[in-house]
Design a protein around this ligand. Sequence first.
Ligand SMILES: [Zn+2]
Ligand SMILES: [Zn+2]
Length: 330
Amino acid sequence: MFYIVDLSQDTSNVNYYLSNTLIDNIKRTIKNGKKVILYLNRRGFFSSFVCKDCSFLYKCKFCDVSLSVHNSPDRLLCHICGYQENISIKCKKCGSKNIDKVWVGTQQIENSLKSIFSDKLIYRFDVDNLKNKSLKEEALEKLNKADIIVWTKMITTGFDFYSVGLIWVVLLEQGLSIPRYDVEENLYLNIRQLIGRWERRGEDTNIILQTFISWNDIVESIWKGNYKDFFIKTLKERKMFNYPPFCDMVILEYRDGNKDKAEEFIKRLKNKLDILNVDKTFDIILFPETQKKHNSYYFNIVVKWQNVREFLDNIKIEIMRNSKLVVIFE
Ligand SMILES: [Zn+2]
Ligand SMILES: [Zn+2]
């Protein structure tokens, strides 16, 4: 069976992101001698902003991706184009004041689970655990023994689990907070594949999706599982917002350990591109803030329109000579 649980209607007093339905299901599953797998998307790094009454998800009006909550100053920010807006007190769509940021971390969920299921074995599985043979064996042994498995990547093929009674997605919209134009398709495909895989196995496995936006289009599409309708809707949106396959999209990403140097380089590059783009044929967007990953500062420029490759020929030398400048074709 496959359920959608609306966290704005059903939330336990242990943790805001654990519904009573879910806790009851976990108890029942473990009692029947089966395992529980919890899935939490760690790539969704920032909080989304949602209305818990009408399921409205705040998105960028230029890029159609989920806006991220940032502090000091408090604002919503688009991670593709840098568009910002103030955090509203009332929902833009229905006027309700029941709006909030939503995000949950692995540690927080694990701690709550430990407090409820103190005598059960909870194991956090990470892909790093598969780096070599002995680690892999150890991981497999732990996976076999565990009652609850905390998983941070969608379960892919190559892992055969048996005796899984319950799979649950902690917060569905967390998968939407990744700044990519195809984030909705990825979420749709991941979840539908997850459902399909367990249905085909014919095991009695329940799947629970928790969300604050159960009336949102994407959740409805996942629930219905009508790929054709979803595909048509997605293509229309891509055309409207100018995304592939209706235009080329290239990301120029500059990575450097020195923040000032990185910022200076990317601004210079943006100026150069603007000068070349004299007729304003191309959309050239510089994301105004840096992101820090693995001790490097990342700055991005997105270039959109037809024949972007040809246009980038103008800066071929910079691209080839500079190993810190990475070109990503979408
Ligand atoms: Zn945007
Ligand atoms: Zn609303």
